[in-house]
Design a protein. Structure first.
Length: 271
């Protein structure tokens, strides 16, 4: 049975990023239920703009970066309170300086990134309060030379709390990721240990339509900066049927290290 589950995942998954109910970044304690699947197809489109000084040519330049990710995530309920989640993202990026493309395809980071394999275990549930943990690993399926992966297996753990206070539901995440790098340049430039803290809320505004909000911060991966990226996000989730939902969200950076603007959209199928 286990071999059949893994085979099904591999056939269905060509991209993925395992997060909460999209477009939220903060995860919730919810699981699929024993023997049930959820397939998500999510996308995000990013935009970054900044002014920088070119010391070689002694002039100011406008640098624009656009990119995105197409993600398909498959979750399977091993038991009523334990899920396994598999994902493999496809990413792309383009850089322009004063309107001129400065990166070729190899440098843009177009391609499949590192695969993720996670398990979520909801170990406590009582009176609308629930706790879960989500350990996970990332496997080096992305090309580290194109900036699409670490080149080595990395691992992490997230503590998740969910509290229902009608008509609202609140979520809290506290996570830690340990990144291992194959390239010496990545080891020199990036921190290995990355912590993450975030909170989210959701409320049903009308039947089948939820409004969601999210805010969070995590340790800056760049060793040269002690300013940690922080974000704020708002969005909507609409349930077309009991088994199909679509969503849309906008994420904004609260400081310079965070991406200026990200548009998110997705669809989820339960079966």
């Amino acid at each position: 049975m286990f071999k059949k589950i893994i085979a099904t995942m591999i056939v269905l998954l060509w991209s993925g990023s395992a997060f909460a109910a999209h477009p939220l970044i903060t995860d919730d304690t919810g699981t699929q239920g024993k023997g049930k699947y959820q397939l998500e197809v999510n996308s995000e489109f990013t935009r970054e703009k900044e002014r920088q000084y070119n010391t070689d040519e002694e002039k100011w330049e406008t640098k624009k970066e656009t990119g995105g990710e197409l993600a398909t995530i498959l979750s399977y309920g091993i038991t009523d309170n334990v899920d396994i989640i598999l994902g493999l993202p496809y990413k792309w990026k383009k850089t322009k300086i004063d309107g001129v493309v400065t990166s070729d395809k190899a440098e843009q980071g177009d391609g499949i990134a590192d695969m993720s394999l996670e398990a979520k275990w909801r170990f406590y549930e009582n009176n609308g309060l629930s706790f879960a943990i989500k350990p996970g690993v990332t496997l080096p399926t992305g090309d580290e030379n194109k900036g699409l992966g670490n080149g080595k297996v990395s691992y992490g753990l997230v503590f998740i709390a969910t509290k229902e206070i009608a008509p609202f539901t609140f979520h809290f995440n506290l996570g830690y990721t340990n990144n291992e790098y194959k390239l010496q340049a990545d080891k020199n430039a990036n921190r290995k240990g990355i912590w993450h803290v975030s909170v989210a809320s959701e409320v049903e505004v009308i039947k089948d339509l939820k409004a969601v909000a999210n805010v969070g911060v995590e340790r800056n991966q760049d060793k040269t900066s002690n300013t940690h990226p922080a974000f704020i996000l708002g969005g909507l989730i609409y349930s077309i049927t009991d088994n199909i939902a679509v969503d849309f969200g906008v994420k904004g950076g609260l400081n310079k290290p965070e991406t200026d603007l990200t548009f998110l959209a997705g669809i989820a199928f339960k079966f």
